[in-house]
Design a binder for this molecule. Structure first.
Ligand SMILES: [Zn+2]
Ligand SMILES: [Zn+2]
Length: 266
């Protein structure tokens, strides 16, 4: 096996993914407490000292909650772009006690035997990115916390074997719900979060761009403005309207908010 992936938590209350090869493990975001991360890792026979880096997509609290403790107590290096690094230095209590490595968007770098490429997303934080993680011909991409999926993003993620794609909200539930108007506008904007419908349309674009075999994990579902069954069915309906059916070439699963996923092996 060349790549493995497990969601420790996904959703507006906290995001943290483990990815790795046989030799190297990284975390993508650490948006739950270090205690929860440690116990989730332990259940996979991994310890924080096995983690070679925490890659940060952006500085919102549901992506960085556990970073202070992980980086200070275990010396795990943090990787983020310059604008996000500057925010982390302001937000994190112990940022003077840990190592922050700044990367450039769209420039690949290596952590152990993993090749990482950060690519820009469209979200209301300093400089949000998704990540491509490659090893031995396999590729995982994360694309959550983005108000839209542009052609540049499609170009980056279409050849991935496993894609963690945001399906944040149902637009009607959001519009009719109890969120204040400015928050609704923020989520619905092109720099907010991806709706179920937009996720379905992005999957169609990926398939048209590159009709390869792929698995998609629907991620970062809103507690207030979505239901797992609704996210899944909305996307299946969009695929069916485009004459695409789920088969061995295309698998779609949901990442649960309060539960670890299984381990995906590529
Ligand atoms: Zn965010
Ligand atoms: Zn988020």
């Amino acid at each position: 096996m060349s790549l493995k992936f497990c969601s420790l938590s996904s959703g507006s209350s906290g995001n943290c993914y483990l990815a790795g090869s046989d030799n190297t493990y990284i975390l993508i975001d650490a948006g739950i407490s270090a205690r929860k991360i440690t116990s989730a890792l332990n259940s996979l026979n991994v310890t924080p000292s096995d983690i070679s880096g925490v890659l940060v997509t952006h500085e919102h609290s549901d992506h960085i909650k556990g970073i202070d403790v992980l980086a200070k107590n275990y010396g795990i290096p943090v990787f983020s772009n310059r604008k996000t690094s500057n925010e982390l230095i302001k937000i994190c209590r112990y940022s003077d006690k840990f190592i922050i490595n700044s990367f450039e968007n769209n420039v690949s770098f290596n952590i152990g035997d993993l090749e990482i490429k950060p690519f820009p997303l469209h979200h209301d934080a300093a400089d949000t990115v998704g990540f491509s993680v490659k090893n031995a011909g396999s590729k995982i991409c994360t694309a959550t916390d983005t108000g839209c999926i542009t052609d540049d993003i499609i170009n980056e993620i279409s050849d991935a074997d496993l894609i963690i794609l945001e399906a944040n909200h149902d637009e009607n539930i959001l519009k009719m719900g109890r969120y204040p108007w400015h928050l609704k506008q923020r989520i619905l904007s092109s720099h907010g979060h991806l709706s179920n419908t937009a996720a379905g349309e992005a999957i169609i674009k990926m398939i048209r761009k590159n009709p390869k075999s792929r698995q998609i994990l629907l991620a970062h579902l809103s507690r207030e403005n979505n239901f797992p069954e609704m996210a899944y069915q909305t996307i299946i309906n969009i695929l069916e309207q485009n004459s695409i059916i789920l088969c061995d070439m295309l698998k779609i699963n949901l990442l649960n908010r309060d539960e670890m996923s299984g381990v995906y092996l590529l």
